[in-house]
Design a binder for this molecule. Sequence first.
Ligand code: PLP
Length: 743
Amino acid sequence: MTLDKRGKNLSSKFQATVYLDCNATTHTHPLALQTAREAMELCYGNPSSTHISGLHAKSFLESAREAAAVAVGANDPEEIIFNSGATEGIQSSIFSVLFHLLRQFRETGRLQRWHILYGATEHKAVPAAIQHWSEVLGLPVEIESIPVDSNGILDLEFMESRLAQTALICTMAVNNETGVIQPLERISELLATSEGRGCLWFVDGVQALGKVPIRLSELGAHYSCFSGHKLNAPKGIGFLWVHKDAPFTPMIVGGGQERGKRSGTENLPGAAAFGRILKALNDPKDSIFMSHSQLEECRQKLISTLSRCFPTLVWNADLQHCVPTTLNFSVEGVSSRELMNALDAAGVRVSGGSACSSGKTTESHVLSAMSLPKWRSQNAIRLSFGPANTPAEIDAACLAVQQAGEALRASCMIPALPASADQVAEFLKHTGPGVSELRASDGTRAWLVMSHGGASVLVADCDQALQELNNKLSCRGLQGTHILRLDKPQTDPMPPGWIQIKTQSGTSLLLVSAPFSNVQNAQENKSNVSVLFAPTRDCLDEIQQGKNSTLDSCEAILACFACETSALTVYDFFSLHELNSNNLSKRTMQGASKNTLAVSNAASANDRIECTKEELANLFSEQEFTVLDVREAFESATSHLDEIMNQLLKTSVTGQKSSQNGVNFKILPLSRLPQFLIERLEHPRSEKILCVCRSGQRSLQAAELLRRLPGCDAHSLKGGLAELLAPTVSLPPRSVIPTFNGS
Ligand code: PLP
């Protein structure tokens, strides 16, 4: 592994990757690693032991405590309690305050102050802890969130209006999603007034450490929490600062460690490593961190690259209120998932909203609290670097962002930039005639049906996002796309080959006959192949089963084509909201009587669809295997699955050489899978397929669908590319996995 001077692996196996998700966590700095190692190898005594080994360990711990006190401006190192991290610190602080109130309530039968306030943009651990502990303790407190303005800054007037009855205020120094800095000095002034003086103040300092100066004692705060892993120390170590006069009740009792405030043998390697990082932070001559002006320069580079690559980008927080290391933005017309996938493929690791909610396309509670429009809070991307990054890494990130931007542009995902003729041609090569799924940035789905001649029809079931989808289509050179709505009767003449049918319950269905498709022989077989679009699964059931006595759906369909055919094949899997293995079916209708379901049953639960990285070599030793890259074109354009897999198979992921007999690579984005299914249903063939995507989710979906095809033995690579590219670490296997036998 090639490490740069800050100990990071710049040259990963296949492309330079730049980790810009430092607000979620950071790499462990080599100095921290070295110190942790020394603590484990040389200084492994128990700090509570009174022999010399114990004393050595104790001295390591106390030196880390002193460094922590200096870093956060605490008057007394004894006010520092080492713990597992910020979430624990949040619990300890809130529990302590609430327990203090409970005592008062028990003694006097009333609460002098009964409001608990927290910032609307706090980390979820804060409101969750307030809710949880007040319920556990049965305390009659009133919990309110402090609103923020459109810049994410706390409403101090709101705070002031409740100050006299407030027992605890929880605010953060710097927001984890936006990087917005809160005006702690002004809150400090409020709390110094006669009304504020009896109120306790918790400050979440996690994201401020190493980015802005922290002066806790001067501020007059009472509690503040920190996590080592946010600043290049290991995970599982953090500290809580508690002012010496603030109420404190330990949550963990036992051996009396940490002056009785947090029992349990200390995490000495963690504390020592964190201490080493804090020493470097306290000493401006210790050059492991970039200076503030260097961080500013890095931010400017990223800002200009991002703005150039994504002209519809909007910043979700006013940059002048933010730390230089966090950029939060949304790109109009591109969902955060698409943007993340494109950046990930190009080698830049960022997150959508906060780390806790990534994976789900939920709205960010932080951006919603700032009253940003839904599309922005749903599609936000957070790019966060840290003081331990290097200017070279930021340059590499800018280059990769540019590549991701170009790939998205070539896929017409950035409609503000019309693609060139070459790009359109390239796009059509991948997207060709037939059926594709189209998704808008808000998640709305539609189906695009393109004929050989380039005529196109978009099937949608709502107005939502139609404009955006249409823009994307015109960028792809598809002018004058006909829009058909499933939720409305068509008033305009239907495009050639299309009809609208109504079921007994009044739901409308759309049917298109074959000429659009590139199914072989479609020309000769025109009226025999049709595709049915239904708005819901229920509707498909109704038409499949001819549920209502008066409607024999098959007859109804045949009647439409009566003059042309006596046998009709209908693919009725286009329920607009989902394409899954339950609604995939092909029916062949001979006259009105025969009605055959031609799709095989779904794989049985015992049948293993997923195969692991270790099983790949076995799989590839079989004859003729197709690897399907089901990622979208803007991902496969910047990271080539065939190169990655060939490289891996040369050295072999299992340690043995793979014969690689007849492995074919094929790019088939999930959005194009419908057309592939039609073609294979029309011309079944016996084949073995391995689907691969980034994380293993989309490939599993694809494999499940493909398995319904007669003769198709489809599998999905568990963990996807992420697993393939995972660094080799000597951990025991996760579990005993039965050997994959390819059947
Ligand atoms: N507070 C803030 C602002 C954070 O960003 C985080 C982590 O994302 C936490 C608290 C919780 O930290 P940890 O998960 O290390 O306990």
